[in-house]
Design a protein around this ligand. Sequence first.
Ligand SMILES: Cc1cc2nc3c(=O)[nH]c(=O)nc-3n(C[C@H](O)[C@H](O)[C@H](O)COP(=O)(O)OP(=O)(O)OC[C@H]3O[C@@H](n4cnc5c(N)ncnc54)[C@H](O)[C@@H]3O)c2cc1C
Length: 307
Amino acid sequence: MLMPEHEVDESDCCGNGCTNCILDNKPKPSRRALLAGKRNVILSYARFKLLSNEAHNGDAQVRMLHFGYAVNDKEYDDSILDIPPGHHVMLRAVLTGHPVPLLRPYSPYWTDFVAKEFKILVKLQPGGPMSEYLAALMPLQVLEFRGPIGNYVHDVSAAKCIYIIAQGVAIAPTLPLVAQVLDNEDDMSRIRHLICAQNLQHVYFRDRLLEFNQYWNYRSCLYLAHQQCSCGSADCNELCEHLQKRLRYKEKARRVRLDVDQLASHVVPGNEAVSIAIIAGHPTFQRAMREQAVSAFGLPEENVFLL
Ligand SMILES: Cc1cc2nc3c(=O)[nH]c(=O)nc-3n(C[C@H](O)[C@H](O)[C@H](O)COP(=O)(O)OP(=O)(O)OC[C@H]3O[C@@H](n4cnc5c(N)ncnc54)[C@H](O)[C@@H]3O)c2cc1C
């Protein structure tokens, strides 16, 4: 029996234990799509062609993939592409040697509503089947995506204090979350963006963070637990003078792991607004950070969102 277009069943789950599994967060028309009165092309599997596949930060293992909706010539095209900030999409690919299509979730960091294009940042995992497939992908090849999947919705009606914690490539889906606040002059929410990476070389989108740093209501801090220090001094501490010299305008970095004390050092003083925390990264990172954020920021569990 054919399922209705937006229905999901067990076979739509990638089986990776995602925090926001498609079975609990089935793709549905967003408020923005409903207001526009247009069909969101990605609600059921839709074909997107690869427009470009570039290395990020000069690292061949980290790819910026840009996709555009592969519209059928005969299709009457009165549609949009809506992937709200904080939501992910499911990639479905038929790979040689795999009896069933392989499913993997990816989190767009840029979407064009009208042109129906989106971009994802992918860290290729050694030996991973989807990583191998994506590494060899050529421009104009067509892939299938479905979404948006997730449950985070930003409520602009009340100013908030938003703590965003990101690990590695998972900084990518936090960029639209920041942009939606900063792009709205009426949104008085304050953002504290805490980014965990091995070292400075593994901090992605530094230019974008610099742009964000121009706003009064945004502050970021990089946590670089494995940053090597060349000074060799026994006194070198988390603020390492050599590291500070390599930072750009308003960039802040510490040579330690982000923990509950470090989180507490970012609490916005005298803040009466509601606080929330949003955590993006590997599920083990998300779980550990959730506990620490609850303790450091004094948040109820329901104010912590895992992407
Ligand atoms: C909601 C969600 C959103 C995601 N968004 C992105 C994204 O935007 N960009 C992206 O690159 N990946 C993202 N991922 C991970 C992605 O779905 C795949 O798991 C990844 O691309 C590897 O797929 P694979 O088939 O090549 O390897 P797999 O067979 O899935 O994994 C190979 C090995 O790599 C490990 N591994 C997989 N992902 C990670 C990770 N993130 N950190 C450390 N080890 C890992 C696995 O545990 C395994 O040991 C997301 C995952 C989730 C749950």
